[in-house]
Ligand binder design. Sequence first.
Ligand SMILES: Cc1cc2nc3c(=O)[nH]c(=O)nc-3n(C[C@H](O)[C@H](O)[C@H](O)COP(=O)(O)OP(=O)(O)OC[C@H]3O[C@@H](n4cnc5c(N)ncnc54)[C@H](O)[C@@H]3O)c2cc1C
Ligand code: SF4
Length: 298
Amino acid sequence: MSLRYITRFAHYDAKTVEEATALLNKYGEKAKPIAGGTALMDILKKKYLPTPEAIVNLKTIPGLDQVTEDGGAIKIGALTKLVDLAESSVIKSKCPMIADAVNLISSPQLRNMGTVGGNLCQQVRCWYYVKADFFCYRKGGPVCYQPGGDNRYGAILQQKVCNAVIASDLATTFTALNASLKVEGPGGSRDVPIKDFYVTLGNTLKQGEIITWITIPEAPSKGSFKKFKIRKTWDFAVASAAVATTSKGTIAALGGVAPVVVSGTPDEVTSALGSATPLSMNKYKVQIAKTILKEAMA
Ligand SMILES: Cc1cc2nc3c(=O)[nH]c(=O)nc-3n(C[C@H](O)[C@H](O)[C@H](O)COP(=O)(O)OP(=O)(O)OC[C@H]3O[C@@H](n4cnc5c(N)ncnc54)[C@H](O)[C@@H]3O)c2cc1C
Ligand code: SF4
């Protein structure tokens, strides 16, 4: 049974990154940052994760909603709304594959609210996970329900304890673009290559840390994002592929196929798909992923 009322919590409007990270650190696991709220509010209503005691609003921090060029690099503030990212003149002229990816994310209403940082940190959409009644590995429980249950949209690669797939289309896109994330917390700031950010059961953010900036080191000379989804309106990826070429070479990245983004050279990613390990109901995803990768490489 889902009780769609929201349990009480303290709400803070952070004015600086330091204030936000100090508050998050003070409450520890009992606090959550909020940006656009399009993903977090759903969790608060459906209660499939514990309701935090404190919510720290990041949108009141000025300056983190910009897209700029810095030498040859592109810098994207974590509070940039998805719609503003797609409309940015820097993105349109230097890296249109990002705008292509954003325009395939959810609906115009959600892109008007949702932010880049929130997109990167959203939870998986496994339909056991998003129900309060199921206590699976990802919630600290003893079991994964997908192998013995409905696994149509589950992982076909790199399953360890969890068979859910990464939901963020920007994670796939930024991985192909070799992006790094600026992460700030009570202990200072660090730069994390996006390919090292995601782990099987989530990401590598430590207590009190938030993403503040995304840096794409070099605009690609050629880049493409392709996504296969079931519905023609908004939908998450059954499989997505991003491929980008810079002076350092070509990186291919696949989303929707594993708990993390699968990336490498185009040959490495093609070969990974050749030894995919689909579940009982999702063998069809292997061919879709191969095709979408070929389209992105064309
Ligand atoms: C119906 C629907 C369809 C969707 N379809 C797609 C899709 O096709 N592709 C896709 O990629 N996404 C899709 N999404 C996800 C959507 O893009 C995200 O909901 C949105 O980007 C989240 O941004 P937000 O700012 O609203 O995040 P919030 O809801 O505010 O936060 C989401 C999570 O990120 C954390 N967080 C937020 N900002 C930061 C930060 N700067 N640092 C650290 N943690 C942070 C929050 O604590 C929370 O856990 C869909 C969502 C919905 C509801
Ligand atoms: S796939 Fe992952 S999120 Fe889904 S039930 Fe299994 S452990 Fe939980």
